[in-house]
Design a protein around this ligand. Structure first.
Ligand code: BJ8
Length: 423
């Protein structure tokens, strides 16, 4: 890929040497974790291709779209209403990063005790490693956790940042605040793109993003089968790619993959014979953060569900499509996003219910709660999650880690012991 896109990366002001090293490491990591799996689905070839072109073809598409006058909007949180972006004929891409590269640079302007996800996106920008950030006309931050909220203040010195205020509770006043914020965001997107969002445009965008959520719901339902027909690693990758690939192409390819999966389920074929079914819950795992799922799936277990923003939190709820006026559709959007059960909310009891329901539906033997080091909201909530699960008779293991590889052996020992215990 390097030769073909070098001129484009140069125009985007990437550090070409550092970027080439990053791609090399990523390719090796992907080979070890993904391509070595036995009996993968034909449909995963699409994901392999997307990954092999991660900073190539998709970036080229974004550049071509920009040349035709379309805008690219980057986001870090599933709270940003994507439908507004697509309704204005702009393109949304997820910017969360899951690699350690750039951490050193990030720690020059952020405290060391900041979560890896934040350090990663700041580090990628400072080290000129991410063509997605460099392709953005607007970068949308949000006031979720304190770390992100304050990091965006610093980040705005380096990128065109717009910040959405996210409510912290779910009372009537919070809904009103959120509606104001959605309207303010709509205005900002209209100003950027020069496109007025009409009811028709918004309805089409709602239908598009709902279709993407539905295909991911279908995929998740297929994982309830026994034996489970697809590895957790593969599904995590699908979820990660959903944040930046073209939605129409993604929907079509994942529909095809689901058809293949359905046939596999009918034939009673699965992956990982005899592996213990577990579920992941907690912080999002941005690409290429595959460390923990890989450890789990090489320790005699298989991941059959992810209760996270790169998982069911992003796909569980659809936007009601029946509205005909702009006002009705905007209200439907506001209501759907208010259902997000991020640990940044207080109280957040619905998340506990969702975790227990999901664990029961997927018939898992245990839950592994994943927290990024220094992430207070999820670390705090893990105690409540454990309590709720224990009441339901489901064991939980709490893992706290970051993007480094230093603790892999230690994590493996803990995960293996947990899997043996619940087997
Ligand atoms: S809706 S989970 S995407 S905020 S891991 S940066 S919380 S210190 S990512 Fe998130 Fe939106 Fe919530 Fe989802 Fe802060 Fe924690 Fe870091 Fe986090």
């Amino acid at each position: 890929m390097t030769g073909r896109y070098e001129a484009m990366w140069e125009r985007l002001n990437l550090d070409l040497d550092a970027h080439a090293s990053l791609l090399e490491v990523l390719g090796k990591f992907y080979g070890d974790i993904y391509l070595n799996q036995q009996g993968r689905l034909r449909g995963m070839e699409y994901l392999d291709f997307v990954l092999s072109e991660i900073h190539g073809l998709r970036i080229q598409e974004l550049q071509e779209a920009r040349a035709q006058g379309r805008k690219v909007i980057g986001t870090f949180c599933v709270f940003v209403p994507e439908e507004i972006v697509w309704a204005a004929d702009a393109i949304q891409v997820g910017l969360c990063a899951g690699a350690e590269a750039g951490t050193e640079a990030a720690e020059k302007i952020l405290p060391r005790n900041t979560c890896a996800l934040i350090k990663s996106f700041v580090g990628f920008k400072l080290s000129r490693l991410c063509p997605f950030i460099e392709s953005c006309d607007m970068v949308v931050g949000e006031t979720t956790c304190d770390g992100k909220k304050k990091a965006y203040e610093i980040f705005s010195d380096y990128a065109p940042v717009y910040v959405m205020e996210i409510p912290q509770m779910k009372c009537a006043a919070d809904r009103s605040l959120w509606k104001e914020e959605v309207l303010r965001f709509k205005q900002a997107v209209e100003n950027l793109t020069g496109v007025t969002i009409t009811a028709e445009r918004l309805r089409k965008a709602i239908e598009l993003i709902n279709r993407r959520r539905r295909v991911l719901q279908r995929l998740n339902q297929l994982r309830a089968a026994k034996p489970v027909p697809i590895s957790g690693r593969d599904v995590l990758l699908i979820n990660q790619v959903s944040f930046y690939d073209d939605p129409e192409r993604f929907i079509q390819k994942i529909e095809e993959l689901c058809n293949e999966l359905e046939e596999k389920v009918q034939r009673g074929e699965g992956v990982a014979d005899g592996a213990v079914r577990v579920m992941l819950s907690g912080c999002p795992m941005a690409i290429p953060n595959w460390k923990l799922p890989y450890i789990i799936e090489s320790s005699g277990a298989v991941v059959v569900g992810e209760e996270s923003c790169i998982g069911t939190r992003n796909t569980r709820d659809l936007v009601e499509e029946s509205g005909t006026t702009l006002e009705e559709l905007l209200n439907a959007l506001v209501d759907r996003y208010m259902k997000i059960d991020c640990a940044c909310f207080t109280p957040n009891t619905e998340r506990l219910d969702h975790i227990v329901d999901m664990a029961r539906q997927l018939d898992v033997k245990g839950v592994i709660h994943y927290g990024l080091s220094f992430c207070q909201p999820y670390a705090m909530e893990s105690f409540k999650v454990e309590k709720a699960l224990s009441k339901a008779g489901i064991p939980m293991l709490a893992i706290e880690t970051d993007y480094s590889m230093e603790d892999v052996e230690q994590l493996k020992t803990r995960v293996e012991a947990f899997v043996e215990m619940i087997r």
